[in-house]
Design a protein around this ligand. Structure first.
Ligand SMILES: CSC[C@@H](O)[C@@H](O)C(=O)COP(=O)(O)O
Length: 366
Protein backbone atom coordinates (compact mmCIF):
# COMPACT_ATOMS: atom_id res chain seq x y z
CA UNK A 1 0.00 0.00 0.00
CA UNK A 2 1.37 3.43 -0.94
CA UNK A 3 0.36 6.89 0.12
CA UNK A 4 -0.37 9.89 -2.05
CA UNK A 5 3.11 11.35 -1.62
CA UNK A 6 4.59 8.67 -3.85
CA UNK A 7 1.58 8.60 -6.15
CA UNK A 8 1.26 9.63 -9.75
CA UNK A 9 -0.42 12.94 -9.10
CA UNK A 10 1.34 15.69 -10.99
CA UNK A 11 1.27 19.45 -10.73
CA UNK A 12 -1.35 21.59 -9.09
CA UNK A 13 -4.20 20.15 -11.10
CA UNK A 14 -3.29 16.72 -9.73
CA UNK A 15 -3.82 14.97 -13.02
CA UNK A 16 -4.79 11.54 -11.80
CA UNK A 17 -3.23 8.34 -13.05
CA UNK A 18 -5.31 5.36 -11.97
CA UNK A 19 -3.24 2.72 -13.80
CA UNK A 20 0.56 2.64 -13.91
CA UNK A 21 3.03 0.02 -15.06
CA UNK A 22 6.02 -0.07 -12.72
CA UNK A 23 9.53 -0.74 -14.11
CA UNK A 24 9.96 -3.68 -11.70
CA UNK A 25 7.17 -5.50 -13.56
CA UNK A 26 4.16 -4.73 -11.39
CA UNK A 27 0.85 -3.01 -12.04
CA UNK A 28 -0.08 -0.13 -9.76
CA UNK A 29 -3.76 0.74 -9.40
CA UNK A 30 -5.52 3.47 -7.47
CA UNK A 31 -8.12 1.63 -5.38
CA UNK A 32 -11.33 3.34 -6.52
CA UNK A 33 -13.40 1.62 -3.84
CA UNK A 34 -11.73 3.83 -1.24
CA UNK A 35 -12.26 7.20 -2.91
CA UNK A 36 -12.97 9.96 -2.10
CA UNK A 37 -11.97 9.54 1.53
CA UNK A 38 -8.71 7.62 1.02
CA UNK A 39 -6.15 7.58 -1.79
CA UNK A 40 -4.74 4.10 -1.60
CA UNK A 41 -2.65 2.40 -4.27
CA UNK A 42 -2.17 -1.32 -4.65
CA UNK A 43 0.52 -3.19 -6.57
CA UNK A 44 -0.35 -6.34 -8.48
CA UNK A 45 2.00 -9.12 -9.59
CA UNK A 46 -0.30 -11.71 -11.19
CA UNK A 47 -3.01 -11.92 -13.82
CA UNK A 48 -5.33 -13.37 -11.17
CA UNK A 49 -4.77 -10.21 -9.10
CA UNK A 50 -5.64 -8.08 -12.12
CA UNK A 51 -8.81 -10.09 -12.78
CA UNK A 52 -9.84 -9.77 -9.12
CA UNK A 53 -9.16 -6.01 -9.21
CA UNK A 54 -11.53 -5.67 -12.18
CA UNK A 55 -14.21 -7.93 -10.65
CA UNK A 56 -14.09 -6.17 -7.27
CA UNK A 57 -14.03 -2.72 -8.88
CA UNK A 58 -10.65 -1.58 -7.61
CA UNK A 59 -10.51 -0.39 -11.20
CA UNK A 60 -13.64 0.19 -13.27
CA UNK A 61 -14.86 2.04 -16.35
CA UNK A 62 -14.81 0.35 -19.75
CA UNK A 63 -11.47 1.59 -21.17
CA UNK A 64 -9.69 1.26 -17.81
CA UNK A 65 -10.88 -2.34 -17.53
CA UNK A 66 -9.44 -3.10 -20.98
CA UNK A 67 -6.10 -1.47 -20.17
CA UNK A 68 -5.85 -3.32 -16.85
CA UNK A 69 -6.59 -6.64 -18.57
CA UNK A 70 -3.88 -5.96 -21.15
CA UNK A 71 -1.32 -5.37 -18.39
CA UNK A 72 -2.74 -8.49 -16.72
CA UNK A 73 -1.58 -10.53 -19.71
CA UNK A 74 1.91 -9.05 -19.33
CA UNK A 75 1.86 -10.08 -15.64
CA UNK A 76 0.81 -13.57 -16.71
CA UNK A 77 3.76 -14.00 -19.06
CA UNK A 78 6.22 -12.51 -16.56
CA UNK A 79 4.99 -14.83 -13.84
CA UNK A 80 4.59 -18.00 -15.90
CA UNK A 81 7.98 -17.88 -17.57
CA UNK A 82 9.05 -19.94 -20.59
CA UNK A 83 6.81 -22.63 -22.09
CA UNK A 84 3.84 -21.09 -20.38
CA UNK A 85 1.38 -20.99 -23.27
CA UNK A 86 -1.29 -23.01 -21.49
CA UNK A 87 -1.06 -21.00 -18.28
CA UNK A 88 -1.24 -17.72 -20.20
CA UNK A 89 -4.30 -18.97 -22.10
CA UNK A 90 -5.94 -19.89 -18.76
CA UNK A 91 -5.07 -16.47 -17.32
CA UNK A 92 -6.61 -14.77 -20.34
CA UNK A 93 -9.81 -16.73 -19.72
CA UNK A 94 -9.83 -15.65 -16.07
CA UNK A 95 -9.35 -12.02 -17.12
CA UNK A 96 -12.15 -12.34 -19.71
CA UNK A 97 -14.52 -13.66 -17.04
CA UNK A 98 -13.97 -10.70 -14.71
CA UNK A 99 -16.84 -8.53 -15.99
CA UNK A 100 -19.26 -9.13 -18.87
CA UNK A 101 -20.60 -5.87 -20.27
CA UNK A 102 -17.73 -3.58 -21.28
CA UNK A 103 -16.51 -4.89 -24.63
CA UNK A 104 -13.20 -3.04 -24.18
CA UNK A 105 -12.11 -5.94 -21.97
CA UNK A 106 -12.47 -8.49 -24.79
CA UNK A 107 -11.11 -6.06 -27.39
CA UNK A 108 -7.92 -5.52 -25.35
CA UNK A 109 -7.48 -9.25 -24.69
CA UNK A 110 -7.88 -9.94 -28.43
CA UNK A 111 -5.09 -7.47 -29.16
CA UNK A 112 -2.85 -9.19 -26.65
CA UNK A 113 -3.73 -12.63 -28.04
CA UNK A 114 -2.78 -11.46 -31.52
CA UNK A 115 0.69 -10.47 -30.25
CA UNK A 116 1.12 -13.95 -28.74
CA UNK A 117 -0.07 -15.65 -31.95
CA UNK A 118 2.26 -13.53 -34.04
CA UNK A 119 5.15 -14.44 -31.75
CA UNK A 120 4.26 -18.12 -32.02
CA UNK A 121 3.85 -18.07 -35.79
CA UNK A 122 7.26 -16.39 -36.12
CA UNK A 123 8.59 -19.40 -34.25
CA UNK A 124 10.47 -17.10 -31.93
CA UNK A 125 11.74 -19.12 -28.97
CA UNK A 126 12.90 -16.16 -26.94
CA UNK A 127 10.45 -15.53 -24.08
CA UNK A 128 11.94 -12.12 -23.31
CA UNK A 129 10.92 -10.92 -26.77
CA UNK A 130 7.32 -11.92 -26.10
CA UNK A 131 7.33 -10.13 -22.75
CA UNK A 132 8.67 -7.02 -24.40
CA UNK A 133 6.18 -7.18 -27.27
CA UNK A 134 3.25 -7.67 -24.87
CA UNK A 135 4.33 -4.80 -22.64
CA UNK A 136 4.66 -2.57 -25.69
CA UNK A 137 1.17 -3.54 -26.83
CA UNK A 138 -0.36 -2.90 -23.40
CA UNK A 139 1.35 0.49 -23.21
CA UNK A 140 0.19 1.29 -26.73
CA UNK A 141 -3.42 0.43 -25.79
CA UNK A 142 -3.03 2.74 -22.78
CA UNK A 143 -1.51 5.63 -24.78
CA UNK A 144 -3.97 5.28 -27.65
CA UNK A 145 -6.86 5.54 -25.21
CA UNK A 146 -5.60 8.85 -23.83
CA UNK A 147 -5.06 10.20 -27.37
CA UNK A 148 -8.56 9.04 -28.38
CA UNK A 149 -10.09 10.77 -25.36
CA UNK A 150 -8.42 14.07 -26.19
CA UNK A 151 -9.50 13.86 -29.81
CA UNK A 152 -13.09 13.04 -28.82
CA UNK A 153 -13.16 15.92 -26.34
CA UNK A 154 -12.13 18.38 -29.05
CA UNK A 155 -14.58 17.15 -31.67
CA UNK A 156 -17.47 16.83 -29.20
CA UNK A 157 -17.02 20.43 -28.10
CA UNK A 158 -16.78 21.58 -31.73
CA UNK A 159 -20.12 19.85 -32.41
CA UNK A 160 -21.73 21.41 -29.35
CA UNK A 161 -20.52 24.87 -30.29
CA UNK A 162 -21.84 24.42 -33.82
CA UNK A 163 -25.25 23.45 -32.45
CA UNK A 164 -25.74 26.12 -29.77
CA UNK A 165 -24.43 29.33 -28.30
CA UNK A 166 -22.17 29.20 -25.25
CA UNK A 167 -21.89 28.73 -22.30
CA UNK A 168 -22.89 25.07 -22.37
CA UNK A 169 -24.49 23.30 -19.41
CA UNK A 170 -23.97 19.58 -19.03
CA UNK A 171 -25.44 16.76 -16.98
CA UNK A 172 -23.28 13.64 -16.75
CA UNK A 173 -23.74 10.20 -15.24
CA UNK A 174 -21.41 7.67 -13.63
CA UNK A 175 -17.66 8.32 -13.82
CA UNK A 176 -16.11 8.61 -17.25
CA UNK A 177 -12.98 10.55 -16.37
CA UNK A 178 -9.30 9.79 -15.90
CA UNK A 179 -10.27 7.11 -13.39
CA UNK A 180 -12.38 5.22 -15.92
CA UNK A 181 -9.95 5.45 -18.84
CA UNK A 182 -6.27 5.63 -19.67
CA UNK A 183 -6.51 9.30 -18.67
CA UNK A 184 -8.50 12.50 -19.45
CA UNK A 185 -11.84 10.76 -19.95
CA UNK A 186 -14.65 10.26 -22.45
CA UNK A 187 -17.75 12.20 -21.37
CA UNK A 188 -15.72 13.85 -18.62
CA UNK A 189 -13.06 14.59 -21.23
CA UNK A 190 -15.73 16.68 -22.97
CA UNK A 191 -16.35 18.53 -19.72
CA UNK A 192 -12.58 19.10 -19.39
CA UNK A 193 -12.42 20.40 -22.95
CA UNK A 194 -15.40 22.74 -22.40
CA UNK A 195 -13.54 24.12 -19.41
CA UNK A 196 -10.29 24.45 -21.42
CA UNK A 197 -12.17 26.42 -24.08
CA UNK A 198 -13.79 28.50 -21.36
CA UNK A 199 -17.32 27.66 -22.49
CA UNK A 200 -18.46 25.37 -19.69
CA UNK A 201 -21.69 26.82 -18.27
CA UNK A 202 -21.90 24.27 -15.50
CA UNK A 203 -21.59 20.56 -14.93
CA UNK A 204 -24.08 18.58 -12.88
CA UNK A 205 -23.04 15.09 -11.81
CA UNK A 206 -25.59 12.41 -11.02
CA UNK A 207 -24.62 10.60 -7.83
CA UNK A 208 -25.12 7.27 -9.73
CA UNK A 209 -26.71 4.81 -7.34
CA UNK A 210 -25.94 2.22 -6.20
CA UNK A 211 -22.14 2.32 -6.43
CA UNK A 212 -22.02 6.14 -6.40
CA UNK A 213 -19.45 6.59 -9.16
CA UNK A 214 -20.75 10.14 -9.69
CA UNK A 215 -20.60 11.21 -6.05
CA UNK A 216 -17.40 9.42 -5.13
CA UNK A 217 -15.36 9.62 -8.34
CA UNK A 218 -16.65 12.23 -10.80
CA UNK A 219 -17.11 14.85 -8.11
CA UNK A 220 -13.67 13.97 -6.72
CA UNK A 221 -11.95 14.30 -10.10
CA UNK A 222 -13.59 17.64 -10.86
CA UNK A 223 -12.93 19.06 -7.41
CA UNK A 224 -9.26 17.99 -7.75
CA UNK A 225 -9.11 19.82 -11.03
CA UNK A 226 -10.86 22.97 -9.86
CA UNK A 227 -13.83 22.56 -12.22
CA UNK A 228 -16.98 23.67 -10.37
CA UNK A 229 -19.40 20.74 -10.13
CA UNK A 230 -22.81 20.32 -8.59
CA UNK A 231 -23.71 16.87 -7.33
CA UNK A 232 -27.36 15.83 -7.55
CA UNK A 233 -29.33 12.76 -6.59
CA UNK A 234 -30.13 10.69 -9.68
CA UNK A 235 -33.83 11.31 -9.14
CA UNK A 236 -33.27 15.09 -9.44
CA UNK A 237 -32.26 14.83 -13.11
CA UNK A 238 -35.79 15.33 -14.48
CA UNK A 239 -36.34 18.32 -12.23
CA UNK A 240 -33.05 19.88 -13.37
CA UNK A 241 -34.07 19.47 -17.00
CA UNK A 242 -37.55 20.84 -16.38
CA UNK A 243 -36.02 23.85 -14.64
CA UNK A 244 -34.05 24.63 -17.83
CA UNK A 245 -30.63 24.05 -16.29
CA UNK A 246 -29.26 21.51 -18.77
CA UNK A 247 -28.35 21.79 -22.47
CA UNK A 248 -26.67 18.44 -23.07
CA UNK A 249 -26.64 15.09 -21.33
CA UNK A 250 -23.17 13.65 -21.98
CA UNK A 251 -22.34 10.04 -21.06
CA UNK A 252 -19.79 7.34 -21.83
CA UNK A 253 -20.49 3.78 -22.95
CA UNK A 254 -19.58 0.21 -22.13
CA UNK A 255 -20.68 -1.31 -25.43
CA UNK A 256 -22.20 0.15 -28.58
CA UNK A 257 -23.76 -2.30 -31.04
CA UNK A 258 -23.90 -2.17 -34.85
CA UNK A 259 -27.13 -0.15 -34.83
CA UNK A 260 -25.86 2.43 -32.32
CA UNK A 261 -27.71 1.06 -29.27
CA UNK A 262 -25.57 1.87 -26.24
CA UNK A 263 -25.05 0.05 -22.95
CA UNK A 264 -23.91 2.33 -20.15
CA UNK A 265 -24.28 2.69 -16.40
CA UNK A 266 -27.75 1.91 -15.06
CA UNK A 267 -29.86 5.06 -15.22
CA UNK A 268 -28.51 6.23 -18.57
CA UNK A 269 -31.61 5.04 -20.45
CA UNK A 270 -33.90 7.00 -18.11
CA UNK A 271 -31.81 10.12 -18.73
CA UNK A 272 -32.11 9.67 -22.50
CA UNK A 273 -35.90 9.39 -22.25
CA UNK A 274 -36.02 12.47 -20.04
CA UNK A 275 -33.73 14.40 -22.40
CA UNK A 276 -35.97 13.55 -25.37
CA UNK A 277 -39.07 14.68 -23.45
CA UNK A 278 -37.44 18.00 -22.63
CA UNK A 279 -35.97 18.56 -26.10
CA UNK A 280 -32.38 18.34 -24.85
CA UNK A 281 -29.39 16.86 -26.65
CA UNK A 282 -28.05 13.45 -25.66
CA UNK A 283 -24.41 12.63 -26.50
CA UNK A 284 -22.48 9.37 -26.10
CA UNK A 285 -18.67 9.64 -26.08
CA UNK A 286 -16.68 6.42 -26.49
CA UNK A 287 -13.54 5.19 -28.24
CA UNK A 288 -13.63 2.64 -31.05
CA UNK A 289 -12.66 -0.02 -28.49
CA UNK A 290 -16.22 0.29 -27.12
CA UNK A 291 -17.86 -0.46 -30.48
CA UNK A 292 -19.07 -4.03 -30.94
CA UNK A 293 -20.02 -4.52 -34.58
CA UNK A 294 -20.47 -8.24 -33.89
CA UNK A 295 -23.73 -7.55 -32.04
CA UNK A 296 -26.57 -6.19 -34.10
CA UNK A 297 -28.68 -4.54 -31.37
CA UNK A 298 -28.54 -3.64 -27.73
CA UNK A 299 -30.79 -6.59 -26.87
CA UNK A 300 -27.78 -8.84 -27.47
CA UNK A 301 -25.58 -7.09 -24.87
CA UNK A 302 -24.93 -9.11 -21.70
CA UNK A 303 -26.01 -6.94 -18.78
CA UNK A 304 -24.07 -7.50 -15.58
CA UNK A 305 -26.06 -8.01 -12.39
CA UNK A 306 -24.20 -7.50 -9.15
CA UNK A 307 -24.92 -8.52 -5.57
CA UNK A 308 -27.94 -7.02 -3.84
CA UNK A 309 -25.78 -5.85 -0.95
CA UNK A 310 -24.81 -2.88 -3.16
CA UNK A 311 -28.48 -1.83 -2.91
CA UNK A 312 -29.35 -2.64 0.67
CA UNK A 313 -26.31 -0.92 2.17
CA UNK A 314 -24.52 2.36 1.62
CA UNK A 315 -20.88 2.31 2.78
CA UNK A 316 -21.70 -0.60 5.10
CA UNK A 317 -24.77 1.11 6.57
CA UNK A 318 -27.87 -1.04 6.09
CA UNK A 319 -30.76 0.95 4.57
CA UNK A 320 -33.33 -1.77 3.85
CA UNK A 321 -34.98 -4.46 5.96
CA UNK A 322 -33.46 -7.92 6.16
CA UNK A 323 -35.20 -10.38 3.86
CA UNK A 324 -36.00 -7.86 1.10
CA UNK A 325 -35.47 -9.10 -2.47
CA UNK A 326 -33.13 -7.07 -4.64
CA UNK A 327 -32.52 -6.51 -8.34
CA UNK A 328 -29.19 -4.91 -9.25
CA UNK A 329 -28.53 -4.66 -12.98
CA UNK A 330 -25.58 -2.28 -13.27
CA UNK A 331 -26.01 -1.28 -16.91
CA UNK A 332 -28.94 -0.49 -19.19
CA UNK A 333 -29.33 0.00 -22.92
CA UNK A 334 -30.24 3.29 -24.55
CA UNK A 335 -31.83 2.72 -27.97
CA UNK A 336 -30.05 4.55 -30.77
CA UNK A 337 -33.07 6.68 -31.64
CA UNK A 338 -32.73 8.50 -28.31
CA UNK A 339 -29.11 9.47 -29.09
CA UNK A 340 -28.24 12.72 -30.89
CA UNK A 341 -24.57 11.95 -31.40
CA UNK A 342 -22.05 9.19 -30.82
CA UNK A 343 -18.59 10.74 -30.66
CA UNK A 344 -15.60 8.50 -31.33
CA UNK A 345 -12.00 9.22 -32.24
CA UNK A 346 -12.80 7.95 -35.75
CA UNK A 347 -15.57 10.48 -36.23
CA UNK A 348 -18.99 11.61 -35.06
CA UNK A 349 -22.21 9.86 -35.94
CA UNK A 350 -25.20 12.16 -35.61
CA UNK A 351 -28.59 10.43 -35.19
CA UNK A 352 -26.93 7.00 -35.28
CA UNK A 353 -28.30 3.99 -37.10
CA UNK A 354 -26.85 0.80 -38.53
CA UNK A 355 -26.07 2.27 -41.96
CA UNK A 356 -24.10 5.14 -40.48
CA UNK A 357 -22.35 2.85 -38.01
CA UNK A 358 -21.29 0.49 -40.79
CA UNK A 359 -20.04 3.36 -42.90
CA UNK A 360 -17.71 4.50 -40.12
CA UNK A 361 -16.78 1.12 -38.67
CA UNK A 362 -16.17 -1.05 -41.69
CA UNK A 363 -16.38 -4.37 -39.84
CA UNK A 364 -19.63 -6.24 -40.42
CA UNK A 365 -21.79 -8.16 -38.01
CA UNK A 366 -22.57 -11.69 -39.14
C1 LIG B 1 -15.33 5.94 -19.93
S1 LIG B 1 -16.28 5.07 -18.93
C2 LIG B 1 -17.83 4.67 -19.68
C3 LIG B 1 -18.51 3.66 -18.87
O1 LIG B 1 -17.61 2.60 -18.62
C4 LIG B 1 -19.03 4.22 -17.54
O2 LIG B 1 -20.01 5.17 -17.82
C5 LIG B 1 -19.60 3.09 -16.75
O3 LIG B 1 -20.73 2.69 -16.96
C6 LIG B 1 -18.71 2.44 -15.77
O4 LIG B 1 -19.34 1.42 -15.05
P1 LIG B 1 -18.56 0.71 -13.89
O5 LIG B 1 -19.56 -0.28 -13.34
O6 LIG B 1 -18.17 1.76 -12.90
O7 LIG B 1 -17.39 0.01 -14.51
Amino acid sequence: MLNKNDSSFTGNARSVSAIDWLPEGKLKLLDQRKLPTEEVYIELSTAADAAAAIKDMVVRGAPAIGITAAYGVVLSVLKSGPDSTDQVARDIEVLAASRPTAVNLFWALDRMKRVIQQHESNGSPVEALLQEALLQEAQLIHEQDIAANKKMGASAVALMRARQSTPIRVLTHCNTGALATGGYGTALGVVRRLQEENVLGHVYADETRPWLQGARLTAWELVQEGIPVTLNADVAAGHLMQAGKIDWVVVGADRITANGDTANKIGTYSLAVLAKHHGLKFMVVAPESTIDMQLRTGQDIPIEEREGDEIVAVKGQIIAPQGVHTFNPVFDVTPHDLIDAIVTEKGIIEYPNETKMRALFAKTCD
